[in-house]
Ligand binder design. Structure first.
Ligand SMILES: [Zn+2]
Length: 157
């Protein structure tokens, strides 16, 4: 059996265990480097009152804590389901090398987890979105960026 299938089955099993132990929705994630699991997690939205506690985010936090880093270079992320836009963003910030997933987002939608509206929102103008966005104080906030660029002790990422 190939390695991708082994780790992906582990992510699927985490999804099942998390669901059955009432941690949250049926989603699991495993992060692997050099053939070893270095982080894992299941969805914990309802048990921790954290709408961002998706399996991928939980696993990224676990992996980064374990490795003592904020980047996951050379890692493969295994997700029981295709990542939602939030998780995809988190994955891009964490910068693993690969993503392997099992269920498609259509499968999740059929079970009541529909993230397609977020993709649709991204294509709309700010003021036409379901949650309207308003911009104020651009110059005042921009000053902080100028301070960041000038900061000698900054850690770029
Ligand atoms: Zn997600």
């Amino acid at each position: 059996m190939n390695q991708d299938e082994i780790f992906l089955r582990e992510a699927i099993q985490l999804a099942r265990e998390g669901m059955n132990s009432n941690q949250g929705g049926p989603f699991g994630c495993v992060i692997v480097r050099d053939g070893k699991v270095i982080g894992k997690g299941c969805n914990r939205v309802t048990s921790t009152n954290d709408p961002t506690a998706h399996a991928e985010v939980v696993a990224i936090r676990d992996a980064c804590q374990n490795l003592g880093t904020f980047q996951l270079d050379g890692c493969t992320l295994y997700a029981s389901c295709e990542p939602c836009p939030m998780c995809l963003g988190a994955i891009y910030w964490a910068r693993p090398s690969r993503i392997v997933y099992a269920a498609a987002h259509d499968d999740a939608a059929k079970a009541g987890f529909d993230d397609s509206f977020i993709y649709q929102e991204l294509e709309k103008k700010h003021e036409e979105r379901h949650i309207p966005m308003h911009q104020l104080l651009r110059d005042e906030a921009g000053q902080v960026f100028r301070e960041w660029v000038a900061l000698e002790k900054r850690i770029p990422y």
